[in-house]
Design a protein around this ligand. Structure first.
Ligand SMILES: NC(=O)c1ccc[n+]([C@@H]2O[C@H](COP(=O)([O-])OP(=O)(O)OC[C@H]3O[C@@H](n4cnc5c(N)ncnc54)[C@H](O)[C@@H]3O)[C@@H](O)[C@H]2O)c1
Length: 314
């Protein structure tokens, strides 16, 4: 298979590129390195089956040239603005990085007659549905962030292209994903803050924000497991793991692993870390479990393993 991985130099994308290469697939990685890092694909560049293009995917004509030259047969779309707080101040970022990139990739897929498409969606499409277990068929999706809106808009585009052009699309709504090579998120932020000042830690919100954190290896295995299902239309799955971890618990695990005993936590207050954040959610995972896949690591394990990796202890 010739897989085009859009966003392949990012945190999750680089793990996916490695896994696809290990399976013997050719990988065409396209990323503008706005948030991804060349180092995360450094070793892959030595592989003859790997090629990298540094391109802003919102530039459709340049993207078309890559499709014409490389002739992929499966497209994995992991491009997005992953800094949700940044787009709260400037929604145009989501329009360009998250929504337009979906449109452009689908245009290229249509032009090239490609039939296989994977999309990295998110729990943010549901919005803030307090107290209910989120199922793939939960009605009245109402995102509360521009990021969630651009992802839901992307899902809608994929639905239409799937119907109009016979695209077999696989959409996973990821929870929080963690693991080696993080580029953003609460663990990434806390480590940097504590390295700067090991005596105090600022925690956004009241620390009770509680979500499932999934280990990136589990996520990549799930993609590889389901990607060849070859079902017509759109196949949509919540993806997640057992349990949830609160923000304060993440801070506690981190202090324990860094051997810091007297850190004072300063909470900025409020139920959410920032406007547009969803402080709690819980997934129903029956559908992906029925497909025969289950995560190996629960949420607390994923958090601890990530911290240990980032601290160089694993
Ligand atoms: N990490 C999570 O917890 C999480 C949760 C839910 C969904 N997701 C989704 O999974 C995907 C991957 O997330 P990640 O955590 O690896 O984020 P990431 O920021 O590390 O990866 C995204 C990549 O897209 C690239 N990119 C952004 N705009 C681009 C553009 N216009 N043209 C070309 N490349 C561009 C960035 O440089 C980056 O390498 C994203 O779509 C994200 O929305 C991630």
């Amino acid at each position: 298979m010739r897989a085009l991985v859009a966003g392949g130099a990012g945190f999750i994308g680089s793990h996916l590129c490695s896994a696809l290469l290990e399976k013997g697939h050719s990988v065409i990685c396209v990323d503008d390195l706005s948030r991804g890092r060349k180092e995360s694909i450094g070793q892959l560049l030595e592989n003859d089956l790997f090629v990298f293009y540094c391109l802003d995917i919102s530039r459709l004509e340049d993207l078309k040239r890559i499709f014409e030259k490389e002739k992929p047969d499966y497209v994995f779309h992991l491009v997005a603005n992953s800094d949700i707080q940044a787009s709260a101040a400037n929604p145009e970022i989501e329009y360009r990085c998250t929504y337009t990139t979906t449109f452009n990739l689908l245009q290229c897929v249509k032009m090239s007659g490609i039939k296989k498409f994977f999309f990295a969606s998110t729990s943010a499409v549901y919005g803030d549905k307090k107290g209910i277990e989120l199922r793939e068929d939960t009605p009245e999706l109402s995102p509360v962030s521009y990021y969630g809106a651009a992802k839901l808009g992307s899902e809608a585009l994929i639905s239409a292209y799937s119907y109009m052009d016979g695209l077999q699309a696989l959409i996973f709504r990821f929870p929080n994903v963690v693991g080696p090579g993080l580029t953003h998120g609460v663990i990434y932020d806390f480590i940097r803050k504590l390295e700067e000042n090991p005596a105090e830690l600022e925690i956004l919100g009241d620390g009770t924000q509680t979500k499932p954190y999934m280990y990136v290896d589990d996520l990549v295995k799930a993609i590889l497991f389901v990607m060849e299902s070859g079902k017509d239309g759109v196949s949509l799955y919540n993806l997640g793991t057992d349990g949830c971890t609160s923000v304060t618990k993440i801070a506690d695990i981190l202090c324990e692993e860094m051997d810091l005993r007297n850190v004072t936590y300063h909470y900025t207050g409020g139920k959410t870390g920032w406007k547009g954040d969803v402080s709690r959610f819980r997934y129903c995972l029956d559908k992906i479990h029925s497909a025969g896949w289950k995560a190996q690591y629960n949420s607390d394990e994923a958090v601890r393993m990530t911290i240990r990796h980032e601290l160089g202890k694993m």
